[in-house]
Design a protein around this ligand. Structure first.
Ligand code: C2E
Ligand code: MG
Ligand code: MG
Ligand code: MG
Length: 282
């Protein structure tokens, strides 16, 4: 009986896999139009000062308005893009859109930085820095308003190469952040050799950490380590006030999370920025 159940369980699983496989093939095929028709839009999630809830920056997060599947979140398509020949095109697309938005805000006197997510693969694009600097110039946006968050990717790419490319961006005045700190590949020697402005402690360490002394010990150590690199600490995934309070006590003064604000459309975040609001909204 057990064997039979296992077998049927397996067959259901495999059927589902084929279905997902088929969907992914379709999505991959849809990518071309997705990019050329600008179906992928940037949402923006505020980063705040934990002390007074002031917005200190925003992070651009992609959403795909797929013509038949509706609004897709990045889990459904980022790795597809990274495995496709469109990865460089996508990196440039995101940079271009973020800079356009920055210029709109800059002209209204809003001078908060916009961070975009890039994967190490994007750094293989030999002309990416040139592309970025040209766009910044064309749109009259100061380089220090753009920040690159290097996301974790399962990559065996040469770490010295990644570091050198990142430092080129830094030399050009663009801000650098390490995303999802504490997970994945980022070796400490690699990070300590980068001039990183911000390091973001991964959400998994913040989730429920107010009830978990082990996680608290890890977060305390991470904060000390990040400060020893000379970088600013940002906590990801703050979902309630006790987490924010505990982080302040530990010396982490910046954060991001649903407690303060979810990712939102450009016009929504613009309203917030123009009203000088502190988060969370009461
Ligand atoms: P990330 O850069 O670490 O972004 C944070 C993710 O956590 C976002 O998910 C955000 O919506 C979510 N988040 C923020 N606060 C909270 C919270 O309090 N609770 C919970 N449960 N989640 C929270 P999202 O937008 O689905 O993006 C997922 C990942 O996809 C990003 O993680 C980033 O690695 C990648 N990604 C998103 N947009 C882009 C992009 O334009 N380019 C590239 N290369 N990767 C992107
Ligand atoms: Mg990020
Ligand atoms: Mg992150
Ligand atoms: Mg992440």
């Amino acid at each position: 009986y057990e064997a039979k159940q296992k077998r049927s369980g397996w067959s259901v699983f495999s059927e589902r896999n084929t279905q997902i496989g088929r969907q992914r093939l379709q999505l991959r095929a849809d990518l071309e139009n997705g990019l050329s028709e600008e179906q992928i839009k940037l949402y923006y999630q505020p980063k705040v000062s934990l002390i007074d809830g002031r917005i200190i920056g925003v992070e651009a997060l992609s959403r795909w308005y797929h013509p038949t599947d509706g609004r897709l979140s990045p889990v459904h398509f980022i790795d597809l893009i990274e495995q496709s020949c469109r990865v460089q095109e996508f990196g440039r697309y995101v940079i271009q859109n973020a800079i356009q938005q920055l210029s709109i805000w800059h002209r209204q006197g809003i001078t908060i930085p916009v961070a975009i997510n890039l994967s190490p693969y994007n750094l293989l694009d030999p002309d990416l820095l040139n592309f970025t600097l040209t766009r910044l110039k064309d749109y009259a946006v100061p380089p220090n308003l753009l920040e690159i968050e290097l996301i974790e990717s399962s990559t065996s790419m040469n770490i010295d190469y990644i570091s050198a490319r990142l430092n080129d961006f830094k030399d050009a005045g663009i801000q650098l952040a390490i995303d999802d700190f504490g997970t994945g590949m980022s070796s400490l020697s690699y990070i300590s050799n980068l001039r990183v402005d911000n390091i973001k402690i991964d959400r998994s360490f913040i989730t429920d950490f107010e009830q978990d002394p082990k996680k608290q010990a890890v977060v305390t150590a991470a904060i000390a380590l990040i400060k020893s690199f000379g970088s600013n600490v940002i906590a990801e995934g703050i979902e309630n006030k006790s987490q924010a309070d505990l982080l302040i006590e530990m010396g982490c003064l910046c954060g991001q999370g649903y407690y303060f604000a979810k990712p939102m459309r450009a016009d929504e975040v613009e309203t917030l920025l123009l009203s000088n609001t502190s988060l969370p909204l009461a």
